[in-house]
Design a protein around this ligand. Sequence first.
Ligand code: DGJ
Length: 318
Amino acid sequence: MTLNTSFRPGQPWLDTDGKPIQAHGGCMLFDNGTYYWFGENKDGENYLDESKGFLHRVDVIGVSCYSSTDLLNWKNEGVVLRSEPNNPQSDLHPSKVLERPKVIRNPKTGKYVLFAHVDTADYEYACIGIAISDKPTGPYIYLGSIRPNGNDSRDMTVFQDDDGSAFLFFSSEWNKTLHIIQLDNEYLRPTQNESRAFIGQSREAPAVFKHGRKYYIISSGCTGWDPNQAELAAADSPLGPWTVLGNPCIGPNADITFHAQSAYVFPLAGNSNALIAMFDRWNKDNLRDSRYVWLPVRFENDQVKIRWQEPWDLTAFK
Ligand code: DGJ
């Protein structure tokens, strides 16, 4: 087994079994000394769904989980939320869509709660699926799907604040406007604490993080699997109001997010000043070979910068 010793954005990334990591549109959870990387398992056949505009897709396999203590070498913990091939009605049937899974731990209940964009192949169902587990590595029990407070929901993420409050961020109103809704104490239901942001601006792929007292969101434009320019915005509260700050990416192809799209931003364990941005470099003709672009997030004179760097390692934060 070869050890990974650096981050190689855009290069194949093999797990500790030597297999390409399948954790697209992912997220990171640090729990009890271990990092857990969750994402879409797209290790299936690519085809065009002709029901609506020739969409490139892979049938749903489920949500993968990998574990690591160094963020470079990842052990496959398996598919922790599986598709349900025998139930065509299920949100988890292979013919459906299961994207951008996000997992947070509820400190009050001790449960791990998984949220994901669940949809029909034509993207008209537009819901958030919720599943829970007693362990980070699952299995996750699927509880069902919601349209939060009646709103359609496609690309989404979850942000958990230091005080334990948690917020859904999701592209709504046919992707035109981002909605933000606080979750209840159990993280299982939306509350009435909600707002709209980036109204009419068609933002997708939200990735939310906090630095100091400021909240930040990176999002993409709406161009299917094709890359476009990322946009950063900041606020004093998760519900906004959000101020657009522009493109945080610097370097070759920064205008198309280094050929990638935002997925998640997370701080290193025990170092809230060291954050890593996770992007997906989608390969729509062979989605299983979509690559990962992870880069350090820099705070320079109160500005957020994400510079192309290849290779790099955690000494970048020293
Ligand atoms: C862009 C989204 O960000 C992805 O998660 C996926 O839904 C593609 N669109 C599908 O075209």
